[in-house]
Design a protein around this ligand. Structure first.
Ligand SMILES: Nc1nc2c(c(=O)[nH]1)N[C@H]1C(S)=C(S)[C@@H](COP(=O)(O)OP(=O)(O)OC[C@H]3O[C@@H](n4cnc5c(=O)[nH]c(N)nc54)[C@H](O)[C@@H]3O)O[C@H]1N2
Ligand SMILES: Nc1nc2c(c(=O)[nH]1)N[C@H]1C(S)=C(S)[C@@H](COP(=O)(O)OP(=O)(O)OC[C@H]3O[C@@H](n4cnc5c(=O)[nH]c(N)nc54)[C@H](O)[C@@H]3O)O[C@H]1N2
Ligand SMILES: [Mo]
Length: 788
């Protein structure tokens, strides 16, 4: 079996170059060992370089096509055994034919409404070999699939902002302008020192010089409002205001109330640039519900002392203030309220549209704030649009579901839910195809996902993976993909600023029998009868060249000379400098100066603090104005059985689950469990010390972790970072995760009827010292397999 286009006529590179989410690198290879050196222009190289270099060689690599034993014997083969069956190593033809048969069978019998094909996930850098895009393109060519709308990153924010500012995305202000003019910067639920390590394309860490300039800055004072002491606070020496998770909107309301009391609210700005602020103020003052949202009310809920709330109002209200909002607080029940209330607070401060003032909703990731260049966008292969499912189809349901509801959808075909003003009917899902994503890491309530994944309704679960993640271990068929270091590709660098185009050179040969994502999906396309549509007759090399040549046309507008493809491929990097307009950009500047001439794309043309559109939906969980809602779990819901609140933020050592094999690895190779941060007070009450193996339980599941006793979280809350691999084991007849994946504990509920986003914290837990025998960590051990 050979791919028809095998010619490899790419020019020989002068420098080996590669790109990953963590950076752009020059590479050297000695005896198969990769050494990566951050490319010139990377201001703050990732601390994770050594783990990245080891990626192709990790113990957890998938090296051969594998099929679950009972699936191979008879499809779907005891679906309840997914994740605990034996494995059979097969040849590529057998694996591809089996996968193609399953795909064909589901399409021919039920149609595209039975296929969940969103394949959500952070795959690897590289425009052409983006596994998630290739899976979608493949299934679109076969007739379409059920799409997952929205995302796990900022689902609540992206759905609420169009109602508030008329756009889901806010173009970031140039950091130059912030540095020139700001006096206060509030990092609210934002920890850019951690989250700016990566980039959807490849990070150049372009904002690190600006962050460095904030250390001991003579004019700018920084504050971090967060249940967890952020690394950013440590690096910048910021004040840390610990807040109870899920209570920020109460805190913001308290600040707004205090601004009003102190005559510091900018009523002129509210009158000219916002809609519905008076109705909202009635809610703040308690005229709507009899409850004034005073600083003392806010203090009781948020745990932030009343005096601090008043001091914050006074300080922010009398200085040029930028609010930098991260996304952690919106990945929670009622998460929509966080950014709506933050914009409302910024409007009360009246500085939106001023340099160094207002609010930045993207700053903590993708190095937003790095002044924009005129560099081209490097797109993935297109996913063709497909016609709607014929209405008469027996499996008919909505073609699009909110992405984070996919488990609910598998469990409840035909169920009707609210979603952003519409009604969605769940289709009957019978096939999952996943490449480049890890639902056993991203979906809340992993054990509920596992139960749904084991349903007989699913005829097949096909996973294209580089590593034996929990998702791969739960598949029927696993197709082994090369890592970026084993193949060629092309990438942009600098998600927001578009600083570079990077040639991604193959550094080492494929491990085992691994094949490129483009090869795997092309071979599947051949077997499901869509090869020509899928490949358009192009080899990988043709796509790389075509992508560059299209980008070069845009590059011609800003560069004196644009290298030919051959020159680019040999040199590896094409760089773009910030433009003058990029360096001077201030968001909402035109709107501020002339709200009538430059209206926002909202119904009123202004910032909507009261949305008639949302009012028309009549949702109980998203009112016409931003509000505080008490979450179903958290501080206010502490019980004797589950007294603590969980926070599950990003880890400095991983990108989600990626690199986890190296995140808790001792120099001698010993694997440790994921650390759980608990305060001294809470640890002492439980007889727990640093290094103890501790069990964390919630109403949904349990995980074994390693205690770190430290006062870096608000007392009453514990921290378990996102991304430890789910590692289930049955102990005393009950399944527990023995490695520390936080989603073993979280709730799979929608943020609200509006965004139906995912919830990553909003969970009560209890922590106890583990006294039983300590189970082995098997997360990174590939399953053993018999040969066919
Ligand atoms: N509790 C909690 N849950 C969360 C979050 C949280 O903070 N807390 N964060 C949420 C967020 S913001 C997100 S975006 C999601 C992230 O969820 P995901 O994006 O699903 O997580 P990743 O671990 O990045 O998964 C990417 C997978 O792609 C695989 N992969 C990498 N390169 C390749 C390749 O070249 N080919 C193929 N075929 N596969 C490849 C990797 O091995 C990995 O398993 O998680 C969400 N879930
Ligand atoms: N190193 C690294 N960087 C990453 C990622 C990664 O996995 N690793 N993932 C990338 C991705 S896909 C995304 S979407 C972005 C996500 O970026 P974010 O969503 O901003 O990152 P998180 O760490 O989930 O949350 C940010 C902060 O919110 C805090 N927080 C949690 N709950 C609350 C709350 O109720 N109130 C307040 N005030 N704060 C709260 C957390 O403690 C954390 O410090 O990061 C990106 N960058
Ligand atoms: Mo994300």
């Amino acid at each position: 079996m050979v791919f028809p286009f095998t010619q490899m006529t790419l020019p020989t590179p002068d420098h080996l170059t590669t790109a990953s989410h963590w950076g752009v690198f020059r590479a050297a290879v000695n005896d198969g060992r990769i050494t990566l050196t951050p490319a010139a222009g990377d201001f703050f190289p990732s601390p994770n370089v050594h783990a990245i270099e080891a990626q192709p060689y990790m113990k957890s690599r998938v090296l051969h096509p594998m099929v679950r034993k009972s699936f191979l014997e008879k499809k779907p083969g005891n679906a309840a055994n997914r994740g605990r069956d034996e494995w059979v190593q097969v040849d590529w033809d057998t694996a591809l034919n089996l996968a193609a048969d399953s795909i064909n069978h589901v399409y021919d019998t039920y149609g595209p409404s039975a296929v969940f094909g969103q394949s959500y996930g952070w795959k690897s850098s590289g425009a052409i070999q983006s596994a998630v895009t290739l899976v979608r393109r493949l299934l679109a060519c076969r007739g379409g699939y059920v799409k997952g709308e929205n995302n796990y990153s900022n689902g609540a924010m992206r759905k609420i902002l169009p109602y508030v500012i008329g756009s889901a995305y806010q173009k970031p202000q140039s950091f130059e302008r912030v540095l020139e003019s700001a006096e206060r910067i509030v990092f609210w639920s934002a920890d850019p020192a951690i989250t700016n390590d990566i980039d959807w394309f490849a990070s150049t860490h372009g904002t690190s010089p600006y962050y460095n300039a904030l250390i001991n800055h003579p004019r700018i004072r920084t504050v971090c409002i967060n249940p967890v002491k952020p690394l950013t606070a440590e690096k910048l020496g910021s004040a840390w205001v610990p807040v109870r998770p899920g209570t920020d909107t109460a805190l913001m309301l308290g600040i707004i109330y205090a601004l009003e009391e102190a005559n510091l609210a900018d009523h002129e700005f509210l009158k000219t640039h916002t809609e519905g602020w008076e109705g909202f103020l009635a809610y703040v003052m308690g005229q709507e519900d009899g409850c004034p949202k005073s600083p003392s009310w806010a203090a009781d809920i948020s745990g932030v002392p009343e005096a601090t709330i008043r001091a914050l109002a006074e300080d922010l209200g009398t200085h040029r203030t930028t609010l930098i909002t991260g996304w952690g607080a919106q990945r929670a029940q009622f998460g929509e309220q966080f950014h709506w209330m933050a914009f409302t607070l910024a409007a009360f401060l009246g500085q939106i549209g001023l340099p160094g003032g207002g609010i930045q909703t993207e700053y903590h990731t993708g190095s937003a704030g790095d002044p924009a260049t005129a560099g081209p966008y490097i797109p993935n292969l297109p996913v063709p649009k497909v016609p709607a499912i014929p209405p008469s189809h027996p499996d008919q349901g909505s073609r699009v579901i909110p992405i984070a509801r996919f488990v609910d959808c598998i469990e409840h075909p035909g169920k009707v839910i609210d979603f952003n003003g519409e009604k969605i009917t769940y289709p009957t899902i019978r096939l999952l195809v996943w490449g480049g994503g890890n639902p056993f890491t991203h979906q809340p309530d992993t054990m509920r996902l596992e139960r749904a994944w084991r349903s007989e309704q699913l005829e097949a679960t096909i996973v294209i993976e580089t590593h034996w993640t929990a998702t791969a271990k739960h598949a029927d068929i696993v197709l082994p993909a090369t890592t970026v270091y084993e193949r060629n590709d092309i990438s942009g660098a600098g998600e927001q600023a578009r600083n570079m185009i990077v040639a991604m050179h193959q550094l080492v040969p494929p491990q085992g029998e691994c094949r490129d994502d483009y090869w795997i999906t092309s071979e599947l396309a051949r077997r499901i009868g869509v090869f020509d549509a899928f490949t358009e007759g192009k080899t990988l090399e043709d796509w790389i060249r075509a992508t560059y040549e299209k980008a070069a046309k845009t590059a011609e507008l800003s560069l004196d000379t644009v290298p030919t493809f051959e020159e680019f491929w040999r040199s590896g990097i094409l760089k773009f400098e910030p433009t003058e307009s990029g360096r001077r950009f201030v968001d909402f500047e035109d709107f501020r100066n002339d709200p009538v001439g430059h209206p926002l794309q909202t119904p009123s043309g202004k910032i909507e603090i009261w949305s008639k559109k949302i009012e028309s939906y009549g949702y109980a969980d998203c009112l016409p104005h931003p509000a505080y809602f008490e979450p179903s779990e958290g501080f206010a819901q502490a019980t004797k059985e589950f007294p603590l609140a969980l926070v599950a933020p990003k880890s400095v050592k991983r990108l989600h689950s990626q690199l986890d094999e190296y995140a808790n690895r001792e120099p001698d190779g010993t694997q440790l469990r994921e650390p759980l941060t608990i305060t001294r007070k809470d640890a002492e009450a439980r007889g727990i010390e640093t290094g103890d193996v501790v069990l964390v339980r919630s109403r949904r599941g349990a995980a074994l972790t390693r205690a770190v006793v430290e006062n870096t979280v608000i007392p009453g809350a514990v921290v378990l970072h996102h991304g430890a691999w789910f590692d289930p084991a049955v102990l005393d007849g009950k399944e527990i995760d023995v490695h520390g994946n936080p989603n073993s504990l979280t709730q799979d509920i929608p943020t609200s009827s509006l965004a139906c986003g995912n919830v990553a914290s909003t969970a009560n837990v209890e922590v106890t010292k583990w006294v039983g025998p300590i189970p082995e960590i098997r997360a990174f051990t590939p399953p053993s397999a018999s040969a066919k």
